[in-house]
Design a protein around this ligand. Structure first.
Ligand code: PLP
Length: 313
């Protein structure tokens, strides 16, 4: 059996301080693992750029809160950090990037409830190449369709067993939404709630920008720049990229806002983006076939946000 893509696996194993490297071309998981049989577990995806994993603490924090929502007990964060470093170093040794610009590694942290009947979870780190498609979409932008998620914004609170704010392994619904969008000729989707709010993408957070020109009363005009995202308590995953970008944007003088947003807010925006840890900041060109803002404003604001994001550790 051969591995379809160069992938490095590092299992968290108390007998190996820095994690146990495993051969990704060989079977490594028991067929009775509850991650495989029930999708019962949680995960994180983060990007390592030139060997440095980005926003590690934010991802470890979210992994902990997702695990807590599923009553899963995780290994210490230090064990994760060591396994992450092992995976990145091993990947870059085996598959050196041709240029520094291409030196991006996708790092996944995966936790399952473990083998049926076992007391401990199965945990591993996976390092693999960053998909060329996501890098391209940062440049070209994407076309998006709005899709009904089938829940209202209070479902998460009313029915916590839906695990709406946790990053669980059960991503089949999110992947089905992406395939549905592709069949409509779009690149991605934005979910809306049954009570008419904008939620998130299947693998990303929604951001929009509004520019407002105001007279300062002393004969000159200034532009107020506002960055807005849907409110976190609407049953969406709190994005680590959105959180980090908002902190950087605030320091750079942007005003920040947290929903609630309706689809018309997207159509009225000067720019809309889908943002996530691997693809980073993807400008949205069209939603349901309607152009968002203008190409020049989209380009300029995207360049500005990219610069802010580049400074994030
Ligand atoms: N929302 C969902 C449903 C996601 O799956 C993701 C990331 O995969 C995000 C938002 C963005 O989160 P982050 O910026 O932490 O990657």
């Amino acid at each position: 059996m051969t591995s379809p893509a160069p992938t490095v696996l590092v299992f968290l194993d108390p007998a190996f301080e820095n994690g146990r490297i495993a051969d990704s071309s060989q079977p490594q998981l028991m067929a009775t693992d509850l991650g495989a049989t029930r999708g019962d577990g949680v995960f994180e995806s983060l990007l390592a750029v030139q060997g440095r994993p980005r926003k590690v603490q934010a991802h470890l924090n979210r992994l902990s809160s997702s695990a807590a929502a599923l009553d899963l007990v995780l290994p210490e964060q230090d064990a994760w950090r060591k396994a992450i470093d092992t995976a990145i170093n091993e990947f870059r040794d085996v598959h050196p990037a041709p240029t520094p610009e291409e030196d991006e590694v996708v790092v996944k942290l995966i936790v399952t409830r473990g083998v049926e009947g076992a007391a401990s979870p199965t945990c591993w780190v996976q390092a693999s190449p960053s998909p060329a498609g996501s890098r391209r979409q940062r440049e070209t932008g994407i076309d998006v369709v709005l899709l009904d998620r089938g829940f209202d914004t209070e479902a998460g609170e009313r029915a916590p067993w839906l695990l709406l704010g946790a990053k669980t392994l059960s991503y089949a619904v999110n992947m089905a939404a992406l395939r549905f969008a592709h069949k409509q000729g779009a690149d991605d989707a934005i979910f809306t709630s049954t009570d008419g709010r904008v939620l998130e993408g299947p693998t990303s957070t929604v951001l929009l920008a509004h520019l407002e020109t105001v007279d300062d009363g002393e004969g000159s005009v200034k532009t107020i720049r506002r960055l807005i995202t849907p409110q976190h308590d609407s049953g969406i995953l709190p994005g680590t990229s959105q959180g980090a970008l908002f902190a950087a944007a605030k320091a750079a003088g942007w005003e920040l806002g947290y929903g609630p947003l309706v689809p018309q807010d997207l159509f009225d925006a000067d720019a809309v983006w889908l943002i996530s840890s691997i693809r980073l900041i993807a400008p949205v060109n069209h939603i349901n076939g309607k152009e968002i803002g203008t190409p020049s404003v989209r380009k300029q604001l995207t360049a500005e946000l990219n610069e802010l994001f580049a400074g994030i550790e």
